[in-house]
Write a protein that binds this ligand. Structure first.
Ligand code: AMP
Length: 390
């Protein structure tokens, strides 16, 4: 069973807490602190219960080498400037610097350890590095949902050797929603899958084929489906090496009686950043690329959502970063937000940015903090970083 924070006593204990502080920054300043805020409940709880907390996290991709471009110090400074909690930055995540800071640690101060990916042992889940990372701690807590699909030392190695371990509040919440979607979704269950590549999401699509009643396909991946069906797609983004995948998906969908809806019309342009034109049919003229679903498709997708009791959304319907091609994505967000009686889950990555930009974020049941992690949870029904806590 997955232990949660209510099941453990951390008073006076040294706690190693893994969080996801991989926040977007610009010129060294934090530009979006959603991930920090999502971890605050767990941090505050551990501190209030008398735990001596050290936070371990990764930031960017320093590829196993110390590179101060990826230091977590600005994140510690940001946390202190906001008064979220009292963070003391430690210039290493293992060894003497950590031990010295921990020996002097006062109640209420949280040690924020330097980027764990400065060591190759993190991503390699090296046993020696894992031992060093776990050294001196009584309890391990993981609240980094966004990293739980990775068998890294700070996610997978440490909980295998620390006796007392638990999931933080964020993982508990994420696992609850995704578990519901995977194990006992109420029907009709409608999934909306968009984004750039079918090859990135094929695992999820295949697992949804036996769970969902309807799958709405949008984004660039729709053109690979349409091309397979013999439609013209102009210069739209396409994965020619995925035709067999599409064939398999459509075959399985018909066996399982899962309805797959594809775009009926499009917003198109001669260039990626060009002005929007309209293609009223499924076919896209030569020399033009599809960049968003058209209004007929948006209406058809909204009406497919109307009776849904469970909705999962992953991936935008078009190039929503450009306002000229954001309509399809925003209309899906609106349709989802208007459902009164449904469980609506938005799975990580670009769909989160899209739901935030659409202003509908507070009208859905759950917005996941994990992109890759949410996709893998849907595909496999759990994640390595969660299983190891059990
Ligand atoms: P993903 O990370 O797979 O969810 O893909 C998201 C990205 O797909 C976004 O950056 C979108 O701009 C991009 N995208 C969506 N629709 C299209 C399209 N029709 N053509 C090119 N890129 C697209």
């Amino acid at each position: 069973m997955l232990k949660t924070l209510k099941d453990i006593n951390v008073k006076g204990k040294k706690v190693l807490l893994r969080v996801d502080f991989n926040v977007p920054t610009k010129d060294g300043a934090v530009t979006d602190d959603t991930r920090i805020k999502e971890a605050l409940k767990t941090i505050t709880h551990l501190v209030d219960q008398g735990g001596l907390v050290s936070i371990v996290a990764h930031f960017g991709r320093p590829k196993g080498e110390k590179n101060l471009k990826y230091t977590l110090k600005p994140v510690a400074d940001y946390i202190n400037s906001k008064g979220y909690f009292k963070a003391q930055f430690v210039e290493d995540c293992i060894g003497d610097a950590v031990k010295a800071a921990r020996d002097k640690q006062s109640a209420g101060t949280v040690l924020l350890l330097e980027n764990v990916r400065f060591y190759k042992g993190e991503e390699a889940n090296d046993p020696e590095f894992t031992k060093q990372l776990a050294s001196g701690y009584d309890v391990y807590v993981n609240d980094a949902f966004g990293a739980c699909h990775r068998k890294h030392a700070s996610v997978y190695g440490v909980p295998a050797i620390v006796k007392e371990k638990a999931a933080g509040f964020l993982i508990e919440k994420e696992a609850k929603w995704f578990d519901k979607i995977v194990s006992s979704p109420e029907h009709p269950f409608v999934a909306i899958i968009g984004g750039a590549k079918i090859s990135d999401k094929i695992g999820v699509i295949e697992s949804l084929l036996s769970k969902a009643d309807t799958i709405l396909i949008g984004g660039a991946m729709a053109y690979t489906f349409l091309k397979f069906q013999g439609h013209t797609i102009g210069t739209s983004m396409v994965e020619n090496d995925q035709m067999d995948t599409v064939k398999r998906v459509l075959q399985k969908a018909s066996e399982k009686n899962t309805q797959i809806l594809l775009p009926l019309d499009h917003l198109i342009s001669a260039e990626f950043n060009g002005a929007a034109d309209y293609a009223a049919g499924v076919d896209i003229p030569d020399g033009m690329m599809g960049l968003d679903i058209g209004s007929k498709t948006a209406m058809a997708y909204a009406s497919a959502l109307m009776s849904a009791k469970t909705v999962l959304w992953n991936g935008p319907m078009g190039v929503f970063e450009n306002p000229a091609y954001a309509n399809g994505t925003f209309s899906v967000a609106k349709a989802l937000a208007s459902l009164k009686d449904a469980i609506t889950v938005v799975g990580g990555g670009d769909s989160v940015a899209a739901i935030n930009q659409s202003g509908m974020a507070d009208k859905v049941s759950h917005i996941s903090t994990g992109g890759g992690a949410s996709l893998e949870f849907l595909e496999y029904g759990t994640l390595p970083g969660i299983e190891i806590l059990k």
